[in-house]
Write a protein that binds this ligand. Structure first.
Ligand SMILES: C[S@@+](CC[C@H](N)C(=O)[O-])C[C@H]1O[C@@H](n2cnc3c(N)ncnc32)[C@H](O)[C@@H]1O
Length: 215
């Protein structure tokens, strides 16, 4: 069981069923066609990463959480559950209005929409326009945007704030963008970071200036 709240559990069961159907469909799709049709699919972080995110959020108790890449709301469900539990506000961003509308409806049904602010538009513009700090960030948009999004988010990361980035190991097609991202993270002296083999591979990064001998 992933959600104790029965309405959230019901919504999550729908995500799981849809993901199973999509896996069966995409197994046989040629790679080019998968790329053309990627907006049809959930492309979720998966339940292990979802649970990990929720645990991090509940442990860290951030005032604000940022999700870059709402998609259809699978990862949003875990983050919103945590946000509600610890009184945080979740800001979730996607450029695709139809996907975000779907996510909003699912979160409403789960009884979690009040914890979420849905912002539709380009992640870089939205992060640049936001004036407050974030205590937890999920980075899960198209992989060529990881580096510019990281540079935009970095100045807005709270002290002891966390960034979780998905797809560090899989898919292979993201490897080059991921390498550039991980190098940029490691170049910042006030960040501590580690690659974890969870789901498709995540990078867990914490901003830690106080007591850091490099500073
Ligand atoms: C891998 S999916 C996110 C999956 C989601 N986090 C989950 O686990 O359910 C990536 C999302 O990034 C969004 N995206 C791509 N480019 C974007 C941009 N420039 N600004 C905001 N969102 C963007 C896509 O529309 C897509 O829904």
């Amino acid at each position: 069981m992933y959600f104790t709240n029965p309405k959230a559990a019901e919504v999550f069961a729908e995500y799981l069923a849809r993901h199973e159907q999509e896996r069966a469909l995409t197994r046989d799709l040629p790679r080019g066609q998968f790329g053309e049709r990627r907006d049809e699919f959930l492309l979720p972080v998966g339940a292990d990463v979802g649970n990990f995110l929720r645990a991090l959020a509940i442990g860290r108790k951030p005032e604000r959480i940022l999700e870059l890449g709402t998609s259809y709301g699978y990862s949003t469900l875990f983050l919103a559950d945590a946000a509600k539990a610890c009184g945080a506000k979740l800001v979730t961003v996607d450029v695709d209005a139809a996907k975000q509308d779907y996510a909003r409806r699912m979160l409403e049904r789960a009884g979690l929409a009040e914890a979420v602010e849905f912002r539709c538009g380009d992640a870089l513009d939205i992060v640049a326009a936001d004036e407050s700090e974030f205590g937890l960030v999920l980075l899960d948009i198209w992989k060529n945007l990881y580096l510019p999004c990281f540079e935009a988010v970095y100045p807005k990361l709270a002290e002891e704030g966390l960034i979780v980035s998905d797809n560090m190991i899989m898919p292979e097609s993201a490897r080059e963008a991921v390498r550039a991202y991980r190098e940029a993270v490691r170049a910042k002296v006030d960040l501590q970071t580690v690659l974890l083999p969870l789901g498709s591979g995540i990078e867990l990064t914490i901003k830690w200036s106080e007591g850091n001998p490099k500073l």
